[in-house]
Design a protein around this ligand. Structure first.
Ligand SMILES: [Zn+2]
Length: 326
């Protein structure tokens, strides 16, 4: 089921997941990126470990958490159990292993990590380069001409947060090479070259795989596919699959489209490449449930990033749960 366009940016509520269509078998898939121990004012939307722990406790208690691989098989067979749900992480952050994995293990919840392989072993994704450059600079402003605007203030935490949002929005949909040039120029202007990496290294990735996580491909450099030519896209997809299969010595048959909005960040040409390269299933970031009729190469996912909405959704869920039990 595809949500209407007016709702496409709003996270689904847990009540929606409980109640998609009476009598039908639907699969919900959650998207996470990072899980942090402590609140970061420059990453205010990132879920914290205690919130993640509570969310996983709720999934274990009220839903049927299964691996994405099992979910895909059950969709094909038409055997999805009620309230089935999968947990996925995008990009390949080390905190998926150091922070999230122990929580998932405690609750017995499987998960899939989609890795952009170019950032393993010391890489820094472009969005993290922006955030860390802005965090570390001693400058109190940046020349906005680089980002088609006026000078951007950096003199308070709030100003830096706004600057990050503005720069990310400007850079996100640039082709890879242009995005790289802008990052270099930003770092030069602000006199910072961030060094620390928050990404997985190959030892951690292998350990995650051995511990039962499914590992899926997410390209090499995380380009927006619709901003690149088809040959580059194919290379990004093929190389990420081959890299992971070489590192893990097992087939990698799941894929996540970078940024993932159907018709905006990728289209049917890219779906065809994913199919031709040999993936069994691929996930988008379009909200919705998955039924046996859903295209397995464009599965819908639900984004529980907005904790206030989730709290609201959970309250409603409990209300609905109570009503149903009366
Ligand atoms: Zn991603």
């Amino acid at each position: 089921m595809l949500r209407g366009s007016s709702l496409s940016k709003a996270p689904l509520l847990f009540t929606d997941m409980l109640n998609p269509k009476p009598g039908s078998s639907h699969l919900s898939i959650l998207i996470y990126h990072r899980v942090l121990h402590r609140f970061d004012p420059l990453r205010p939307g990132v879920v914290l470990s205690n919130q993640f722990d509570r969310q996983m406790a709720l999934l274990r208690r009220y839903f049927n958490p299964i691996s994405l691989r099992e979910g895909v098989e059950r969709l094909k067979d038409g055997t999805v159990a009620p309230r089935s749900i999968c947990v996925t992480f995008d990009d390949g952050y080390a905190d998926n292993m150091t922070v999230a994995a122990p929580v998932l293990a405690r609750h017995g919840i499987p998960a899939t990590v989609f890795v952009a392989t170019g950032f393993l072993d010391g890489g820094l994704m472009w969005n993290d380069r922006v955030i860390e450059t802005i965090r570390q600079t001693k400058s109190d402003a940046v020349d906005g001409s680089l980002f088609a605007g006026e000078t951007i203030s950096l003199d308070t935490i709030e100003a830096r947060k706004q600057a990050i949002g503005r720069i990310l929005a400007h850079v996100k949909h640039k082709p890879l090479n242009e995005r790289g040039c802008l990052m270099h120029e930003l770092e030069r202007l602000l006199g910072v070259r961030p060094a620390d990496t928050p990404m997985l290294d190959t030892c951690q990735l292998r350990a995650l795989s051995r511990s039962g996580f499914d590992i899926g491909a997410h390209t090499v450099n995380h380009p927006i596919l619709s901003c690149e030519d088809d040959n580059s896209v194919k290379k990004e997809i093929v190389d990420s699959k081959a890299c992971l299969e070489d590192l893990l010595q097992r087939p990698v048959n799941l894929f996540a489209y970078p940024n993932g909005r159907r018709g905006l960040d990728y289209d049917n040409r890219h779906r065809k490449i994913v199919q031709d390269v040999g993936f069994d299933a691929a996930v988008s970031t379009d909200n919705g449930f998955n039924s046996p009729d859903t295209d397995k190469l464009q599965l819908h996912r639900f984004t529980p990033w907005d904790t206030s909405r989730v709290k609201f959704g959970l309250r409603l869920m409990f209300n609905e749960w109570a009503v149903k039990r009366e």
